[in-house]
Design a protein around this ligand. Structure first.
Ligand code: G16
Length: 559
């Protein structure tokens, strides 16, 4: 029989979860009791229901996951948790955690990931709590966790529990007079079974093998050495009959092999080049924890996440899950281009615009008002879980391609002809010094609120834009009326074009500035986004004085 030990500790500053969980450098988490404090704060935030509860635990395989899984097991045992469902070797993708929480009706789950941020001893780690609906904890819970972390004085742990997470199976312990169970589960099985329910796998398999056209549809799927590797193997190779040549980087590595596991045109350039130079019809990449996706077509034709969302919204009828559930509303985050709004209007569906962060979609889904949503930050997903889901997005695209027998580019051209096109780009200025960036945002907000700003004209490249609306976006949740203030500076011009500026909430050091540019054209739809948006980008740089404050001439990443 093992017993609970109470350990004295002191609070650390800065354990405030960002857009999605607490993300810091590994070395920060390695400080004495830093990780223990945060885990105890998560459990304390659930104190009314923690005793006798079941939690899901897993992560994206990055450096420190295994050690922290072990700490969670011991601290959960110390706090009266009855059972943990742990992914084998600590491996679970973020959408898989969400599914497991829902399927097994647990109190929630703890996800160990810093998502798309690099891993390894010199890089990032992260801890996130998901609630019983499977979604990231909402602001009131993360605020409570933070508050508890600022006043913590002790944590409870059972140091004598020796639990291996290498083998699938049930391990039982006695803690005082309580039973404590750790069930190590297959990391992929439940998720793969679910995907087989949602999609028509035989139809996708037939597409990949040549189907009606009798010409194999060649895919290249890139896990970027992140957690999706085993899921990609199970789905694409074992279920859909793809070959080893159709997948790459499918072994999760603690440091992602040195890659920055963020599926965008800069960090997934390897995949883009391979598709450009090879005979591929479709390419997809996923981030470290498997919730983000990037979709490209033949010749590396890039689908912006905003367009990806709109195209899927327009074709959900091809997916068996939606044939069963019907299609409720659609939603996007505020900085995401409004392409999906046009699909919603044409289909007569409710359309919601939420702040950046998947957690804001959860209430709408739980209320039965939202089927499909997405974010410009390479997130797409549906109410099948409460996280965005990279593999789901790739399978959704393949379902549409199988049903329409069109190429990726043809689908987009057709879509733009029908709905017009929202040209969109995002400039990221990563890891800038924080103080000048904060000052830039404050000064810009002041300028936007000054008299005469609304109505003022701004010109570049022969185009003139007149400001119609200037605000700091705030959101009232239509379900529980909770309010989220100051979610991004937004300047909307009279022709509907938009500039949005916000500071990232997912970085682990310094400040990352995100500049989002969006402009709608009803008929001129086949141009290059960078050319079309050049005048507006210039106007954004003038108004914000971004280059002066950040000291950067060029963004780190252009999407
Ligand atoms: C997280 C959230 C997303 C959000 C993204 C962007 O993604 O889950 O909902 O859009 O951050 O965050 P930011 O612009 O603040 O960096 P992930 O994939 O990092 O979990």
């Amino acid at each position: 029989m093992a017993s609970v030990v109470t350990v004295s500790t002191k609070p650390y500053e800065g354990q405030k979860p960002g857009t999605s969980g607490l993300r810091k450098k590994v070395k920060v988490f390695l400080q004495e009791n830093y990780t223990e404090n945060f885990i105890q704060s998560i459990l304390d935030a659930n104190k009314d229901s923690i005793v006798g509860s079941t939690l899901v635990v897993g992560g994206d395989g990055r450096y420190l996951v295994k050690e922290v899984v072990d700490k969670i097991i011991k601290i959960a045992a110390g706090n009266g948790v009855a059972k943990l469902l742990v992914g084998q070797n600590g491996i679970l993708s973020t959408p898989a955690v969400s599914h497991l929480i829902r399927k097994y009706k647990t109190l929630g789950g703890i996800v160990l990931t810093a998502s798309h941020n690099p891993g390894g001893i010199n890089n990032d780690f992260g801890i996130k709590f998901n609630c019983s609906n499977g979604g990231p904890a909402p602001d009131n819970t993360t605020n409570e966790i933070y508050k508890l972390s600022t006043a913590i004085s002790e944590y409870k742990i059972v140091p004598d529990i020796q639990c291996s997470v290498e083998k699938i199976g049930v391990q039982k312990f006695k803690v005082g007079d309580r039973d404590f169970v750790v069930e190590v589960i297959d990391s992929v099985k439940d998720y793969v079974d679910y995907m087989k329910e949602i999609f028509d796998f035989p139809k996708i398999k037939s597409l990949l093998q040549g189907g009606e056209k009798n010409k194999p549809f060649n895919v290249l799927i890139d896990s970027m050495n992140g957690v999706t590797g085993p899921y990609v193997k199970a789905i694409f190779i074992d279920e859909l009959g793809a070959s080893e040549e159709n997948v790459r980087r499918i072994v999760p590595l603690e440091d992602f092999g040195g890659a920055h596991p963020d599926p965008n045109l800069t960090y997934a350039a390897d995949l883009v080049n391979a598709v450009k130079n090879g005979d591929y019809d479709f390419g997809a990449a996923f981030d470290g924890d498997g919730d983000r996706n990037m979709i490209i077509g033949r010749d590396a034709f890039f689908v912006t996440p905003s367009d990806s969302l709109a195209v899927l919204a327009n074709h959900l009828q091809h997916i068996p899950y939606f044939q069963k559930t019907g299609v409720k509303g659609f939603a996007r985050s505020m900085p995401t281009a409004a392409a999906v709004d046009r699909v919603a209007a044409a289909a007569g569906k409710e359309m919601f615009q939420v702040p950046t962060g998947w957690k804001y979609f959860g209430n709408l889904m739980d209320a039965g008002r939202l089927s499909l949503c997405g974010e410009e930050s390479f997130g797409t997903g549906s109410d099948h879980v409460r996280e965005k889901d990279g593999l789901w997005a790739a399978l959704a695209w393949l379902s549409v391609l199988a049903a329409t027998q069109l190429s990726v580019q043809e689908i987009l051209s057709q879509h733009w002809k029908q709905f017009g096109r929202n040209y969109f780009t995002r400039y990221d200025y990563e890891e800038c010094p924080s103080d000048p960036c904060n000052e830039m945002m404050q000064e810009l907000e002041k300028k936007m609120g000054s008299s005469g700003f609304v109505g003022s004209s701004h010109s570049s490249g022969g185009k003139t834009y007149v400001v119609a609306v200037a605000d700091n976006f705030s959101y009232i949740d239509p379900v529980d009326q909770s309010v989220a203030m100051k979610q991004g500076l937004r300047i909307v011009f009279e022709d509907g074009s938009r500039i949005v500026l916000r500071l990232s909430g997912t970085g682990s050091s310094g400040a990352t500035v995100r500049l989002y540019i969006d402009s709608y054209e009803a008929s001129d739809v086949l141009g290059s986004a960078q050319e079309k948006l050049a005048p507006l980008i210039d106007v954004a740089l003038q108004i914000s004085q971004l280059q002066k404050y950040t000291g950067r001439d060029q963004p780190t990443v252009i999407t």
